[in-house]
Design a protein around this ligand. Structure first.
Ligand SMILES: O=c1ccn([C@H]2C[C@H](O)[C@@H](COP(=O)(O)OP(=O)(O)OP(=O)(O)O)O2)c(=O)[nH]1
Ligand SMILES: [Mg+2]
Length: 151
């Protein structure tokens, strides 16, 4: 049991009573698998991207966000991933959660209704006071980046 516990509400979009709600596939899985709410099978051609509905919307406290991440099995076996990975679900978004899938594989890939297409991980979002300054604190790294420590 985690130290943190939050109530999150989920609402089905109309006409999706048969679509499985997000589901953890093992007791301590970090992600809830998301099911496709497509009305009929959708074929993703190689290189094609599609916004796939999930059939639900969320309400969560502002301390949270949800990230939409690929399923590694689909990526490994079929080259199917989420293009905007990780997708960001803002705490104040009340629209249908959607998954932006892209087929990076060589073969057409068919998404059927209720197929598990991605996973959703809830994350804590800290409260930040972003303030403009003219000088930043000094560090050993300084402005070095993008591989300056070597390969
Ligand atoms: O994979 C995703 C990514 C986003 N969204 C929804 C929820 C999110 O809160 C909203 C906006 O997403 P984001 O901020 O990534 O997109 P944007 O291009 O900045 O759109 P906006 O101007 O609406 O913020 O779209 C999804 O359903 N799935
Ligand atoms: Mg945005």
């Amino acid at each position: 049991m985690s130290l943190y516990s939050y109530d999150v509400q989920i609402k089905r979009m109309p006409g999706n009573e048969d679509v499985l709600l997000p589901q953890k596939m093992s007791a301590a899985a970090s992600g809830y698998d998301l099911h496709a709410a497509v009305s009929e099978p959708v074929v993703l051609q190689p290189g094609e991207r599609r916004l796939i509905p999930t059939g639900f919307a969320l309400s969560m406290p502002p301390e949270l966000e949800a990230q939409i991440r690929p399923r590694s099995g689909l990526a490994f076996k079929h080259g199917i991933t989420t293009l905007n990975s990780p997708g960001t679900i803002d705490a104040d978004y009340r629209g249908e959660v959607k998954v932006l899938l892209i087929n990076h594989g060589q073969e057409p890939f068919t998404v059927a209704r209720n197929e598990r297409i991605a996973q959703m991980v809830f994350q804590l979002v800290p409260t930040i006071q972003l303030s403009e300054v003219t000088e930043l604190t000094e560090t050993e790294r300084g402005t070095g980046g993008f591989g300056h420590t070597g390969r």
